[in-house]
Design a protein around this ligand. Structure first.
Ligand SMILES: NC(=O)c1ccc[n+]([C@@H]2O[C@H](COP(=O)([O-])OP(=O)(O)OC[C@H]3O[C@@H](n4cnc5c(N)ncnc54)[C@H](OP(=O)(O)O)[C@@H]3O)[C@@H](O)[C@H]2O)c1
Length: 302
């Protein structure tokens, strides 16, 4: 009976089983199971051997395994190289491939962030002008994924003749912010954290990728958001709603927390591990997020 799992240490509350099992149910995958498997760093290599042997169809990785897993894999698929981190491992040739299978690593966070920008902020089509200041707060792992998603958004819009303005990255570390901006597509620049409050007040698109708001904190300039702003807060959970609420109070055109990105990156991971189209709407419903009945379907892997 095929099984997949999320590995982390400590692995406390995780929504991955609810998300993946909802996708299996929606696709009619009989007998598939998805487990939460607390895995110490020293146990990681042994669990990967279970994937190689076909005892597990694939795994998702969370803290502290995302970087540590890289040298244990046979192949890396983009954009895991650019991110320096892997969140999904699957068997080359699929779940039913002969053992021992080669282990492939990928990262679906960029798929998830792009989905949120397009579908939740409405940046995918002509409904957004592409003009106006776009600001990314933070320079950690999820900020890098958001920057790569911005570059993909810019390319996708360009294919339809739609312009996209450059992204500005604000972070505490100038070096890390520059590294993030380098992945964010044409014209991306950085500003120091001391200028973040003013930039938040001017932003037409704001992507919040720091841990500042995760436990109830606010970002500089949050009380000066402009009317019509589009805000993507990448944290999620009850404590992380302050910025979304502030955006709605300010008359935002769109405001979403990170639960949608979480669902969309999980949908892309389901595709990589189980080889099926994942129903994002059904997955979202399993974690209490209501999405319009469309879009349903595959979030294309990178
Ligand atoms: N929605 C999703 O699917 C999803 C996926 C992954 C992560 N997340 C969430 O996104 C958040 C960021 O994750 P991550 O992996 O990127 O974490 P990370 O790599 O640790 O990065 C955290 C970022 O927050 C910044 N920061 C922390 N405290 C700050 C402060 N007081 N002032 C200014 N900047 C501050 C850090 O700046 P320095 O580098 O200067 O310390 C860094 O840029 C987490 O809360 C995580 O739960 C959501």
């Amino acid at each position: 009976m095929p099984a997949a799992a999320v590995l982390g240490w400590p692995l406390e509350h995780t929504r991955s089983p609810a998300l993946h099992q909802a996708a299996y149910r929606a696709a009619g995958l009989e007998g598939w199971r998805y487990l939460a498997r607390p895995t110490r760093p020293e146990e990681l290599a042994a669990v990967l051997e279970e994937v190689r042997a076909g005892e597990l169809a694939g795994v998702n990785l969370t803290t502290p395994h995302k970087r540590a897993v890289v040298p244990l894999l046979d192949e890396l698929e983009p954009p895991s190289g650019e991110l320096g981190a892997v969140n999904t491992v699957w068997r080359a040739g699929g779940a039913a491939a002969a053992a021992p299978a080669r282990l492939v690593g990928g990262n679906t966070d960029v798929d998830g962030a792009l989905w949120a920008l397009e579908r939740q902020l409405g940046l995918g089509g002509a409904g957004w002008s592409g003009q106006g200041p776009a600001l990314l707060l933070g320079s950690g792992g999820v900020a890098l994924a958001a920057a790569l998603a911005w570059a993909r958004l810019t390319e996708a819009r360009g294919r339809h003749g739609l312009a996209t303005g450059p992204l500005t990255v604000a972070g505490r570390s100038p070096d890390r912010a520059a590294a993030v901006a380098a992945q964010a597509g044409p014209g991306a620049t950085t500003i120091g954290w001391d200028r973040a409050a003013a930039a938040v007040g001017e932003a037409e698109v704001l992507i919040q990728a720091t841990t500042l708001t995760a436990t109830g904190g606010s970002v500089p300039g949050q009380d000066r958001l402009r009317r019509g702003v589009r805000v993507l807060e990448l944290n999620y959970g009850p404590a992380a709603q302050g910025l979304v609420r502030a955006a709605r109070r300010a008359g935002a055109a769109a405001a979403a927390d990170g639960l949608g990105m979480l669902c969309a990156q999980a949908a892309a991971a389901v595709t990589l591990i189980a080889g099926i189209q994942a129903d994002v709407t059904a997955m979202a419903a399993a974690v209490g997020l209501e999405l319009p009945r469309h879009p349903v379907g595959r979030v294309a892997p990178a």
